[in-house]
Each structure stands twice: as structure tokens, then as C-alpha cells.
Design a protein around this ligand. Sequence first.
Ligand SMILES: Nc1nc2c(ncn2[C@@H]2O[C@H](COP(=O)(O)OP(=O)(O)OP(=O)(O)O)[C@@H](O)[C@H]2O)c(=O)[nH]1
Length: 414
Amino acid sequence: MPPEVVAALHEIEAPLAQPAKAEPATQPPVPAQAAPAASVPAAATQAPAAQAPAAQAPVAFAPAPAPPMPAAAVAPATQPIAAPPVQTISAETEPVEPTDYIDKPAAPAGKLGWRERLRGSAFARSFGGLFSRNPRLDDDLLDEIETALITADVGVGATTALIENLRKRMKSREFADANALLAALRADLIAMLQPVAKPLVIDVNAKPFVLLTVGVNGVGKTTTIGKLAKRFRDEGRPLMLAAGDTFRAAAVAQLQAWGERNGVPVIAQGQNADAASVAFDALQAAKARGTQVLIADTAGRLHTQTGLMAELGKIRRVLGKVDPTAPHEVLMVIDGTTGQNALSQLRQFHAAVGVTGLVVTKLDGTAKGGVVFALAREFGIPIRFAGIGERPEDLRVFDAEAFVDALLPEALGG
Ligand SMILES: Nc1nc2c(ncn2[C@@H]2O[C@H](COP(=O)(O)OP(=O)(O)OP(=O)(O)O)[C@@H](O)[C@H]2O)c(=O)[nH]1
């Protein structure tokens, strides 16, 4: 390890426990903690009856403003350290095929792609079934919608807000039939997501724009980095990757193989290297080369593992040693099949490292889909991308309308 790296690491607070290598592939079910009252946006409750909007106009479901960055996670303002020579150190592992999605078709472009891929979700199935029965406009219908929303992981808070709003509007005879009510629900769901549908903007003055990816094990971080890297490369952005998942040899090899194939430099130090040191090296190298974007991978960790969560803060502070403004985006990858546990994951990761954007993956699988609403309502953190398949083209810029329309019956069109 270069002496500058050692010196910088020593300056960082108390040494952190080395993480155990054998992480479970999925986290044990951790009951979602009740949200602290202060974090639940008052404005996210239903509109008062007196202000009920005209038919089909969306209710203003404002999410919580993005929580402030925790002080512990903010990088100290220090002078950049001189760049060491650029080097890419190979991982001591066999290269692996980085594209295990190679034979799988990409989702078609446009709304069709979203609908095709999300068709199997609990959300789409229960609403499809409900409205194919041509239901009557009554309290039973609201009860059924409520059950469908809860079953689809929308969460109790968001569901109650949606249902109570619909109930008031139904009582004031705003809806001619069940389809009119469903159209109002569609508008309300879109309104709930619109404030967090904020695409990632690369600040080209950052030199490089540092994107740190975090998340629990197996959520799709490394895969998402591959997809993002392809996107940025196709946009013509000079790019570098930091193989910071130093627990899983395959993750390092996966990034290296992808990098070699696509002519993108990958900074790695092999398995079990200090992840903060990899990040430090990579940022030095990216600065020296004038790279526009640096994407740093990190090992998956359970949000309940305090030592490993503290390591993320260390990585953040080490990056801040080289560039006080880095990282410019802390992108948390969340597995869409996780359900309400995603809320406690985000709460803990945000406290440790200050999450600025989300990617929700595997929405094409057995995901219920509804957790996206719960995340939006409780945290208000921008959802940058949605993973609706395994091919690079299946990482879509999050689109509130396309997402909601994919979950609801096609008849609503949108
Ligand atoms: N169906 C589907 N699969 C996905 C998506 N995103 C990732 N995956 C798959 O999820 C699995 C895990 O992905 P990885 O990228 O290895 O996950 P990771 O978070 O880097 O894993 P750790 O390093 O163990 O923390 C792989 O089989 C991916 O192909 C998605 O949007 N849809």
C-alpha cells in the first residue's frame, strides 16, 4: 500500500473491525422499525376534504424532504494529497463472465417494457384481478384496494393516506364509477412518486464525479455498476471503476473483466484489501487521469452490522481526504423484493454514510413493487434508477408514471 494511503488511513478515526467474510446471501428478516414521528411527512397525509381536487387531479403527496446528511458521514475539508502513480492491481482470482444476462432479452423500450417486466408483481396481479371483475363503487371496493396495497408492500402509512383520501372523494360523489376511482388512485400514486423521480445529474466540473454504491448483500450493486458504466461509456464519459467489494473475489473479477473488455480502467487490490484504501487509490488515479466519473463498489453488508456500517463512513472520509466534495453521489442499491425491511436498511445506511440517491433493483422478479411508495413517502430521497431485468438496458431512469402504469390495469392507459 503506498505510504500516502497508509498515512491517510491512519488519520481516520479508530480502526474498524475487519468484517467477517462469510456474509449470508440475504439478510434475516428484521422487523421494520416504526418510523420516528419526525420522519413521517405531515404533508404526505391525505388532502383535506375542503381542498379535494377536481376529478382525476392528483393529490399533493409531498414526500419527506431528503433527510439531512449525518454529520459523522460528512467528509472533513482537507487539502488534496499528491497523487501516487496510477496502477491497476489484479485480483488473485479467475476472471468471470461479467455478463450472465447475455442470453436474456432486454425489456422493450418505453412503457411497454415496464409493464411487461412488472406484470408478475403482487401489485399488478391484485389490481388486475380486482378490476377485471367490474367492481361496484362502494366501501367494499375501498377495503379490497386497501388489502391490495398492503399486500403489495405499500406500507400502512401510505396506504391509509391513499384510502382515506379516496373515501372522502367517494363520499362527496366525485367518482361516477369504480374506474373513475381507480383513475384517481393512479393520479395519487404518481403524485406520491413524482417528487423522488429525480434523475442523476453528473456534475462535469467535479473531475471526477465520484459515485459510491452501497447496500446489503446480493441486492445487485456490482451488476448495477456494470449497467451504469455502460450507460456512462455510451454517453462518452471518461470513466474509472474502483473494485471496493474486497470480500467477494467474484465481484472484483466481474468488474475487471468488464473493464478489460470495454477499455475502462479498474482499480483493485485483490480480495480482503482495505476497501477505503482501494477507494483512496482509485480517486487519486482518477484525478491524475482527468477522469469524468469514478464509480466505487463496496462490499454488501447488513444494515445491522455496526462495524461494517462504520466502515462505510471511513470510506467516505478517506474519499474526502482527496477531494473534500467527494463522494458526489452515495447511491444505495435496494432489492425490490425485500419488502418493508428496505425501510430499516435505508434508515441505517443513511445514518452511516448519507445516502443521496436510490436504485431499486429486481422489480421484474417477485417484487411486490409497493415498497417504492413507502420509501418515497418516508424518506424523500431521489430514486435515480429502477432495475427491471438483468441486461444493461434494463436499468431504467426511474419514471413515476411508467412505473405506476405498469402496476395498474392497462385499461387505465395513462
Ligand atoms: N432479475 C433481476 N436481477 C438482477 C437485477 N439486478 C441485479 N440482479 C441480479 O442479482 C444478483 C446479485 O447481483 P450482484 O450485482 O452480484 O449483487 P451485489 O449487491 O454486488 O452482491 P454482494 O457483492 O454479495 O453484496 C445477480 O444474479 C444479478 O444478475 C434486476 O434488476 N433484475
